[in-house]
Design a protein around this ligand. Structure first.
Ligand code: FE2
Length: 148
């Protein structure tokens, strides 16, 4: 197994993207208004709590591979594939954001999974396939909620 900097940089970009996503989830949890408040406020909390665990797993995987996880907010903003959201109050807009953000994360994870297979990095491959399977399922649910 040969681990290159290009490879661990991709994992750091995924980490950065999850960090921005985490803060976006906190924001929609805080700012949700309307008839779906109780349902969505809780769902968003479940999502950011899970995202926090994923962030730690990713950072520790990067360390396990002998690289250094980025930790500065400025680096996260520079490297993230997702942008910081404006303030979102409306449930449909929040759920649409989550669905699209998860598609972005899935694209990144599938690419890393292919590279992990090429360099026989089974540990990263297993981590990515867990994340992919989980988000494919939840995106089916978000899609059903959004009714498209
Ligand atoms: Fe809260």
């Amino acid at each position: 197994m040969e681990i290159t900097t290009t490879y661990t940089d991709k994992l750091n970009r995924l980490l950065a993207t999850y960090q921005v996503h985490y803060q976006n989830l906190r924001a929609i949890h805080w700012n949700i208004k309307g008839a779906n408040f109780f349902e969505l406020h809780l769902k968003y909390e479940e999502l950011y709590t899970r995202t926090q665990v994923i962030i730690d797993d990713l950072a520790e995987r990067i360390l396990t591979l002998g690289a250094t996880p980025i930790h500065r907010f400025q680096d996260y903003l520079n490297e993230s594939a997702l942008s910081e959201n404006p303030t979102i109050h409306e449930g449909h807009a929040g759920m649409t954001y989550i669905h699209q953000a998860q598609e972005t994360l899935l694209t990144m994870e599938r690419e890393i999974m292919r590279e992990a297979a090429d360099c026989e990095d089974e540990g990263t491959n297993a981590l990515m396939s867990d994340l992919v399977r989980e988000k494919e399922k939840t995106n089916w649910m978000f899609s059903a909620w959004l009714n498209h």
